[in-house]
Ligand binder design. Structure first.
Ligand SMILES: *Cc1c(COP(=O)(O)O)cnc(C)c1O
Length: 396
Protein backbone atom coordinates (compact mmCIF):
# COMPACT_ATOMS: atom_id res chain seq x y z
CA UNK A 1 0.00 0.00 0.00
CA UNK A 2 1.33 3.39 -1.05
CA UNK A 3 -0.74 5.67 1.26
CA UNK A 4 1.69 5.90 4.20
CA UNK A 5 4.76 6.23 2.04
CA UNK A 6 3.10 8.83 -0.18
CA UNK A 7 2.35 11.01 2.85
CA UNK A 8 5.91 10.54 4.07
CA UNK A 9 7.34 11.64 0.72
CA UNK A 10 4.98 14.60 0.42
CA UNK A 11 6.03 15.85 3.85
CA UNK A 12 9.72 15.41 3.05
CA UNK A 13 9.35 17.22 -0.28
CA UNK A 14 7.52 20.08 1.42
CA UNK A 15 10.27 20.32 4.00
CA UNK A 16 12.86 20.61 1.19
CA UNK A 17 10.76 23.37 -0.42
CA UNK A 18 10.33 25.25 2.87
CA UNK A 19 14.08 25.14 3.45
CA UNK A 20 14.49 26.78 0.02
CA UNK A 21 16.51 23.79 -1.23
CA UNK A 22 14.10 22.40 -3.83
CA UNK A 23 15.85 22.00 -7.18
CA UNK A 24 13.92 23.00 -10.28
CA UNK A 25 15.12 22.27 -13.80
CA UNK A 26 15.46 25.15 -16.20
CA UNK A 27 14.37 24.04 -19.68
CA UNK A 28 16.71 24.90 -22.54
CA UNK A 29 15.38 24.78 -26.11
CA UNK A 30 18.64 25.20 -28.06
CA UNK A 31 21.86 23.16 -28.25
CA UNK A 32 24.22 23.62 -25.32
CA UNK A 33 26.50 26.57 -26.11
CA UNK A 34 27.58 30.05 -25.01
CA UNK A 35 24.27 31.73 -25.87
CA UNK A 36 21.21 29.58 -25.20
CA UNK A 37 17.45 30.03 -25.20
CA UNK A 38 15.33 28.97 -22.25
CA UNK A 39 11.70 27.85 -22.44
CA UNK A 40 10.36 31.34 -21.67
CA UNK A 41 12.00 32.44 -24.93
CA UNK A 42 14.62 34.53 -23.13
CA UNK A 43 18.12 34.32 -24.60
CA UNK A 44 20.85 34.12 -21.98
CA UNK A 45 24.62 33.83 -22.00
CA UNK A 46 25.54 30.58 -20.32
CA UNK A 47 28.17 30.58 -17.58
CA UNK A 48 27.16 27.42 -15.75
CA UNK A 49 27.83 24.54 -18.15
CA UNK A 50 30.91 22.32 -17.94
CA UNK A 51 31.32 22.99 -21.67
CA UNK A 52 34.87 24.24 -21.08
CA UNK A 53 36.14 23.88 -24.64
CA UNK A 54 32.84 24.89 -26.26
CA UNK A 55 32.62 21.48 -27.98
CA UNK A 56 29.02 20.58 -27.04
CA UNK A 57 27.70 21.89 -30.38
CA UNK A 58 30.91 21.52 -32.40
CA UNK A 59 30.18 20.89 -36.09
CA UNK A 60 33.06 18.45 -36.58
CA UNK A 61 31.93 16.32 -33.65
CA UNK A 62 28.31 16.31 -34.82
CA UNK A 63 29.54 15.19 -38.23
CA UNK A 64 31.68 12.44 -36.69
CA UNK A 65 28.71 11.30 -34.58
CA UNK A 66 26.49 11.11 -37.69
CA UNK A 67 29.14 9.15 -39.57
CA UNK A 68 29.42 6.65 -36.74
CA UNK A 69 25.63 6.28 -36.69
CA UNK A 70 25.80 5.31 -40.37
CA UNK A 71 28.79 3.01 -40.13
CA UNK A 72 28.27 1.46 -36.66
CA UNK A 73 24.57 1.79 -35.86
CA UNK A 74 22.66 3.33 -32.98
CA UNK A 75 23.18 1.20 -29.88
CA UNK A 76 25.15 -1.78 -28.62
CA UNK A 77 22.48 -3.64 -26.61
CA UNK A 78 25.26 -5.31 -24.65
CA UNK A 79 27.88 -4.87 -22.00
CA UNK A 80 31.43 -4.69 -23.29
CA UNK A 81 32.58 -8.26 -22.62
CA UNK A 82 29.59 -10.05 -24.13
CA UNK A 83 29.07 -8.38 -27.51
CA UNK A 84 29.36 -4.65 -26.79
CA UNK A 85 32.88 -3.88 -27.99
CA UNK A 86 33.37 -2.35 -31.43
CA UNK A 87 36.58 -1.20 -33.05
CA UNK A 88 35.45 2.32 -32.06
CA UNK A 89 35.55 1.50 -28.35
CA UNK A 90 39.05 0.06 -28.56
CA UNK A 91 40.25 3.00 -30.65
CA UNK A 92 38.80 5.50 -28.18
CA UNK A 93 40.46 3.74 -25.24
CA UNK A 94 43.80 4.01 -27.01
CA UNK A 95 43.24 7.72 -27.77
CA UNK A 96 42.50 8.45 -24.11
CA UNK A 97 45.69 6.66 -23.00
CA UNK A 98 47.67 8.64 -25.58
CA UNK A 99 46.12 11.91 -24.36
CA UNK A 100 47.06 11.30 -20.72
CA UNK A 101 50.34 9.47 -21.37
CA UNK A 102 49.08 6.32 -19.67
CA UNK A 103 49.34 2.60 -20.50
CA UNK A 104 45.71 1.55 -21.01
CA UNK A 105 42.11 2.76 -20.60
CA UNK A 106 38.75 1.24 -19.74
CA UNK A 107 35.52 3.00 -20.75
CA UNK A 108 32.40 3.32 -18.60
CA UNK A 109 28.93 4.76 -19.19
CA UNK A 110 29.91 7.70 -16.96
CA UNK A 111 32.69 8.83 -14.64
CA UNK A 112 30.24 8.18 -11.81
CA UNK A 113 30.56 4.52 -12.79
CA UNK A 114 34.32 4.70 -13.28
CA UNK A 115 34.70 5.97 -9.70
CA UNK A 116 32.01 3.62 -8.40
CA UNK A 117 33.79 0.63 -9.89
CA UNK A 118 37.46 1.37 -9.29
CA UNK A 119 38.10 0.58 -5.62
CA UNK A 120 36.22 -2.61 -4.84
CA UNK A 121 37.97 -4.78 -7.47
CA UNK A 122 41.46 -3.60 -6.47
CA UNK A 123 41.48 -3.27 -2.68
CA UNK A 124 40.11 -5.13 0.33
CA UNK A 125 40.03 -4.94 4.13
CA UNK A 126 43.82 -5.29 4.28
CA UNK A 127 44.29 -2.03 2.31
CA UNK A 128 43.76 1.72 2.85
CA UNK A 129 42.09 4.51 0.86
CA UNK A 130 43.09 8.04 1.83
CA UNK A 131 40.61 10.53 0.43
CA UNK A 132 40.35 14.33 0.24
CA UNK A 133 37.31 15.55 2.19
CA UNK A 134 36.01 17.50 -0.83
CA UNK A 135 36.19 14.63 -3.32
CA UNK A 136 33.27 14.15 -5.70
CA UNK A 137 30.20 12.21 -4.55
CA UNK A 138 31.03 9.36 -6.94
CA UNK A 139 34.42 8.82 -5.27
CA UNK A 140 32.75 8.81 -1.86
CA UNK A 141 30.24 6.21 -3.08
CA UNK A 142 32.99 4.12 -4.69
CA UNK A 143 34.96 4.10 -1.44
CA UNK A 144 31.81 3.02 0.44
CA UNK A 145 31.50 -0.02 -1.82
CA UNK A 146 35.01 -1.17 -0.91
CA UNK A 147 36.08 -2.86 2.33
CA UNK A 148 39.41 -1.03 2.57
CA UNK A 149 40.14 1.05 5.68
CA UNK A 150 39.18 4.68 5.09
CA UNK A 151 41.14 7.79 5.97
CA UNK A 152 40.07 11.33 5.18
CA UNK A 153 42.09 14.57 5.12
CA UNK A 154 40.82 18.17 4.96
CA UNK A 155 40.81 19.64 1.45
CA UNK A 156 44.36 19.79 0.10
CA UNK A 157 45.78 19.70 3.65
CA UNK A 158 49.17 18.02 3.24
CA UNK A 159 49.86 17.83 6.99
CA UNK A 160 46.68 15.86 7.53
CA UNK A 161 47.46 13.70 4.51
CA UNK A 162 50.86 12.88 5.99
CA UNK A 163 49.25 11.91 9.32
CA UNK A 164 46.87 9.61 7.45
CA UNK A 165 49.77 8.05 5.55
CA UNK A 166 51.62 7.33 8.78
CA UNK A 167 48.58 5.57 10.23
CA UNK A 168 47.99 3.72 6.97
CA UNK A 169 51.40 2.06 7.18
CA UNK A 170 49.44 -0.54 9.17
CA UNK A 171 47.68 -1.60 5.97
CA UNK A 172 49.03 -3.68 3.06
CA UNK A 173 48.50 -1.28 0.11
CA UNK A 174 47.62 2.41 0.24
CA UNK A 175 46.07 4.75 -2.31
CA UNK A 176 45.61 8.53 -2.08
CA UNK A 177 42.54 9.75 -3.97
CA UNK A 178 41.87 13.32 -5.05
CA UNK A 179 39.83 15.38 -7.46
CA UNK A 180 42.11 17.24 -9.90
CA UNK A 181 40.05 20.42 -9.64
CA UNK A 182 37.58 20.95 -6.81
CA UNK A 183 34.37 22.16 -8.35
CA UNK A 184 33.24 24.72 -5.79
CA UNK A 185 36.43 26.81 -5.47
CA UNK A 186 38.16 25.85 -8.73
CA UNK A 187 41.38 25.11 -6.83
CA UNK A 188 43.76 22.48 -8.18
CA UNK A 189 44.90 19.54 -6.05
CA UNK A 190 48.55 19.94 -4.94
CA UNK A 191 49.46 16.83 -6.90
CA UNK A 192 53.21 17.55 -6.76
CA UNK A 193 53.15 17.41 -2.96
CA UNK A 194 50.74 14.48 -2.93
CA UNK A 195 53.10 12.57 -5.23
CA UNK A 196 56.09 13.33 -2.98
CA UNK A 197 54.23 12.06 0.08
CA UNK A 198 53.05 9.01 -1.86
CA UNK A 199 56.67 8.16 -2.64
CA UNK A 200 57.78 8.75 0.93
CA UNK A 201 55.04 6.51 2.37
CA UNK A 202 54.81 3.89 -0.37
CA UNK A 203 51.34 4.83 -1.58
CA UNK A 204 49.67 4.91 -4.99
CA UNK A 205 47.79 7.96 -6.30
CA UNK A 206 44.45 8.30 -8.07
CA UNK A 207 43.29 11.60 -9.54
CA UNK A 208 39.86 12.36 -10.98
CA UNK A 209 40.47 14.75 -13.87
CA UNK A 210 36.78 15.39 -14.64
CA UNK A 211 36.98 19.18 -14.20
CA UNK A 212 40.66 19.46 -15.17
CA UNK A 213 41.01 17.40 -18.36
CA UNK A 214 40.96 19.70 -21.38
CA UNK A 215 41.31 22.67 -19.04
CA UNK A 216 44.33 22.57 -16.73
CA UNK A 217 47.91 22.48 -17.99
CA UNK A 218 49.35 24.28 -21.02
CA UNK A 219 47.82 21.73 -23.42
CA UNK A 220 44.86 20.77 -21.24
CA UNK A 221 46.24 17.35 -20.33
CA UNK A 222 45.10 17.99 -16.77
CA UNK A 223 46.66 18.26 -13.34
CA UNK A 224 49.30 15.64 -14.19
CA UNK A 225 50.54 17.99 -16.94
CA UNK A 226 50.45 21.04 -14.66
CA UNK A 227 52.67 19.25 -12.12
CA UNK A 228 54.92 17.44 -14.62
CA UNK A 229 53.61 14.05 -13.54
CA UNK A 230 52.51 12.66 -16.90
CA UNK A 231 52.65 8.87 -16.85
CA UNK A 232 53.56 8.74 -13.16
CA UNK A 233 50.12 8.51 -11.55
CA UNK A 234 48.74 4.99 -11.15
CA UNK A 235 45.05 5.80 -11.80
CA UNK A 236 43.29 8.68 -13.58
CA UNK A 237 39.51 8.83 -13.95
CA UNK A 238 37.61 11.30 -16.10
CA UNK A 239 34.47 12.08 -18.05
CA UNK A 240 33.48 12.67 -21.66
CA UNK A 241 30.61 14.72 -20.24
CA UNK A 242 32.44 17.98 -19.54
CA UNK A 243 35.21 19.57 -21.65
CA UNK A 244 35.38 16.59 -24.03
CA UNK A 245 32.14 17.32 -25.90
CA UNK A 246 29.72 16.91 -23.02
CA UNK A 247 27.79 13.87 -24.32
CA UNK A 248 28.16 10.91 -21.95
CA UNK A 249 30.84 8.45 -20.93
CA UNK A 250 33.61 8.01 -18.41
CA UNK A 251 36.94 6.27 -18.20
CA UNK A 252 39.70 4.98 -15.98
CA UNK A 253 43.19 5.19 -17.46
CA UNK A 254 46.54 4.26 -15.94
CA UNK A 255 48.76 1.25 -15.24
CA UNK A 256 47.96 -1.67 -17.51
CA UNK A 257 47.62 -4.33 -14.81
CA UNK A 258 45.12 -2.13 -12.97
CA UNK A 259 43.05 -1.65 -16.13
CA UNK A 260 43.27 -5.38 -16.87
CA UNK A 261 41.90 -6.20 -13.41
CA UNK A 262 39.07 -3.68 -13.80
CA UNK A 263 38.04 -5.40 -17.06
CA UNK A 264 37.77 -8.65 -15.09
CA UNK A 265 36.06 -7.42 -11.94
CA UNK A 266 34.69 -3.86 -12.13
CA UNK A 267 30.94 -4.16 -11.67
CA UNK A 268 29.72 -1.08 -13.60
CA UNK A 269 31.84 -2.32 -16.53
CA UNK A 270 30.64 -5.91 -16.33
CA UNK A 271 26.97 -5.16 -15.70
CA UNK A 272 26.17 -1.94 -17.58
CA UNK A 273 25.85 -1.07 -21.26
CA UNK A 274 28.57 0.11 -23.65
CA UNK A 275 28.58 3.76 -24.72
CA UNK A 276 26.82 4.28 -28.08
CA UNK A 277 28.95 4.13 -31.24
CA UNK A 278 28.16 7.74 -32.16
CA UNK A 279 29.58 8.95 -28.85
CA UNK A 280 32.70 6.83 -29.30
CA UNK A 281 33.10 8.02 -32.91
CA UNK A 282 32.73 11.69 -31.99
CA UNK A 283 35.08 11.33 -29.02
CA UNK A 284 37.76 9.79 -31.25
CA UNK A 285 37.46 12.82 -33.55
CA UNK A 286 37.64 15.09 -30.50
CA UNK A 287 40.93 13.56 -29.31
CA UNK A 288 42.28 13.84 -32.87
CA UNK A 289 41.43 17.55 -32.79
CA UNK A 290 43.22 17.91 -29.45
CA UNK A 291 46.30 16.27 -30.95
CA UNK A 292 46.25 18.62 -33.97
CA UNK A 293 45.81 21.98 -32.28
CA UNK A 294 45.88 23.69 -28.91
CA UNK A 295 43.66 26.57 -30.09
CA UNK A 296 40.70 25.82 -27.82
CA UNK A 297 42.80 25.36 -24.69
CA UNK A 298 44.65 28.61 -25.49
CA UNK A 299 41.37 30.46 -25.95
CA UNK A 300 39.96 29.05 -22.72
CA UNK A 301 43.05 30.14 -20.78
CA UNK A 302 42.95 33.63 -22.33
CA UNK A 303 39.22 33.95 -21.59
CA UNK A 304 39.68 32.86 -17.98
CA UNK A 305 42.61 35.22 -17.37
CA UNK A 306 40.70 38.12 -18.92
CA UNK A 307 37.53 37.47 -16.92
CA UNK A 308 39.31 37.15 -13.59
CA UNK A 309 41.47 40.22 -14.17
CA UNK A 310 38.43 42.36 -15.01
CA UNK A 311 36.36 41.04 -12.10
CA UNK A 312 39.16 41.66 -9.58
CA UNK A 313 39.66 45.16 -11.03
CA UNK A 314 35.93 45.79 -10.61
CA UNK A 315 36.33 44.97 -6.91
CA UNK A 316 34.88 41.47 -6.67
CA UNK A 317 36.24 38.95 -4.20
CA UNK A 318 37.35 35.97 -6.33
CA UNK A 319 38.66 32.68 -4.91
CA UNK A 320 42.15 31.85 -6.17
CA UNK A 321 41.66 29.47 -9.10
CA UNK A 322 43.83 27.56 -11.55
CA UNK A 323 40.92 26.19 -13.53
CA UNK A 324 38.02 27.61 -15.57
CA UNK A 325 35.88 27.78 -12.42
CA UNK A 326 35.63 31.23 -10.93
CA UNK A 327 33.93 31.59 -7.52
CA UNK A 328 32.62 35.11 -6.89
CA UNK A 329 32.38 35.23 -3.11
CA UNK A 330 29.30 36.84 -1.53
CA UNK A 331 29.30 34.86 1.77
CA UNK A 332 25.55 35.47 2.39
CA UNK A 333 23.23 32.70 1.13
CA UNK A 334 20.23 34.91 0.39
CA UNK A 335 22.37 37.46 -1.39
CA UNK A 336 23.82 34.74 -3.64
CA UNK A 337 20.29 33.76 -4.72
CA UNK A 338 19.17 37.37 -5.21
CA UNK A 339 22.23 38.14 -7.25
CA UNK A 340 21.88 35.06 -9.47
CA UNK A 341 18.20 35.92 -10.08
CA UNK A 342 19.02 39.52 -11.00
CA UNK A 343 21.85 38.40 -13.28
CA UNK A 344 19.47 36.07 -15.09
CA UNK A 345 17.13 39.02 -15.69
CA UNK A 346 20.15 40.73 -17.21
CA UNK A 347 20.65 37.74 -19.51
CA UNK A 348 23.53 36.12 -17.59
CA UNK A 349 22.95 32.53 -16.53
CA UNK A 350 24.97 31.70 -13.41
CA UNK A 351 24.18 29.73 -10.27
CA UNK A 352 24.49 30.74 -6.64
CA UNK A 353 25.75 28.07 -4.22
CA UNK A 354 25.27 28.11 -0.47
CA UNK A 355 25.20 25.76 2.51
CA UNK A 356 25.15 22.73 2.47
CA UNK A 357 26.76 22.64 -1.00
CA UNK A 358 29.54 24.92 0.31
CA UNK A 359 30.46 25.62 3.97
CA UNK A 360 28.21 27.94 6.04
CA UNK A 361 28.70 31.68 5.30
CA UNK A 362 30.71 30.84 2.18
CA UNK A 363 27.92 31.49 -0.36
CA UNK A 364 29.06 32.41 -3.81
CA UNK A 365 28.21 32.57 -7.48
CA UNK A 366 30.13 30.11 -9.59
CA UNK A 367 31.07 31.29 -13.06
CA UNK A 368 32.35 28.72 -15.53
CA UNK A 369 34.35 30.09 -18.43
CA UNK A 370 34.41 28.40 -21.84
CA UNK A 371 36.40 28.59 -25.04
CA UNK A 372 32.94 28.99 -26.58
CA UNK A 373 32.66 32.46 -25.04
CA UNK A 374 33.61 35.44 -27.20
CA UNK A 375 34.98 38.62 -25.70
CA UNK A 376 31.57 40.28 -26.02
CA UNK A 377 30.02 37.50 -23.89
CA UNK A 378 32.61 38.03 -21.18
CA UNK A 379 32.22 41.82 -21.31
CA UNK A 380 28.44 41.54 -21.02
CA UNK A 381 28.83 39.24 -18.05
CA UNK A 382 31.30 41.55 -16.29
CA UNK A 383 29.08 44.61 -16.96
CA UNK A 384 26.04 42.79 -15.55
CA UNK A 385 27.99 41.73 -12.45
CA UNK A 386 29.07 45.34 -11.89
CA UNK A 387 25.55 46.71 -12.41
CA UNK A 388 23.86 44.17 -10.13
CA UNK A 389 26.77 44.23 -7.68
CA UNK A 390 26.28 47.98 -7.16
CA UNK A 391 22.52 47.60 -6.93
CA UNK A 392 22.80 44.98 -4.18
CA UNK A 393 25.59 46.73 -2.30
CA UNK A 394 28.25 44.12 -3.11
CA UNK A 395 30.34 46.79 -4.85
CA UNK A 396 30.68 50.36 -3.62
C1 LIG B 1 31.24 15.47 -13.11
C2 LIG B 1 32.13 14.65 -12.28
C3 LIG B 1 31.97 13.26 -12.21
C4 LIG B 1 30.83 12.55 -12.88
O1 LIG B 1 31.02 12.48 -14.26
P1 LIG B 1 29.87 11.82 -15.16
O2 LIG B 1 30.60 11.32 -16.36
O3 LIG B 1 28.90 12.92 -15.46
O4 LIG B 1 29.25 10.73 -14.37
C5 LIG B 1 32.87 12.54 -11.46
N1 LIG B 1 33.88 13.14 -10.79
C6 LIG B 1 34.05 14.48 -10.81
C7 LIG B 1 35.18 15.09 -10.06
C8 LIG B 1 33.17 15.27 -11.55
O5 LIG B 1 33.33 16.59 -11.55
Amino acid sequence: MYTDFQKFLTDELNAIKEAGLYKEERIITTPQKAAIKVASGQEVINFCANNYLGLSDNKELIKAAKEALDTHGYGMSSVRFICGTQDLHKKLEAKIAEFFGTEDTILYAACFDANGGVFEPLLNEQDAIISDALNHASIIDGVRLCKAKRYRYANADMNELEECLKLAQAQRHRIIVTDGVFSMDGNVAPLDKIYELANKYNAMVMVDESHSAGVVGATGRGVTELHNLRGKIEIITGTLGKAFGGAIGGFTTGKKEIIAMLRQRSRPYLFSNSIPPMVAGAAIRMFDMMAETNALQDKLHANTDYFIKKMVEAGFDIKPTQSAICAVMLYDAKLSQQMADRLLQEGIYVVGFYYPVVPKDQARIRVQISAGHEKEHLDKCIAAFVKVGKELGVLK
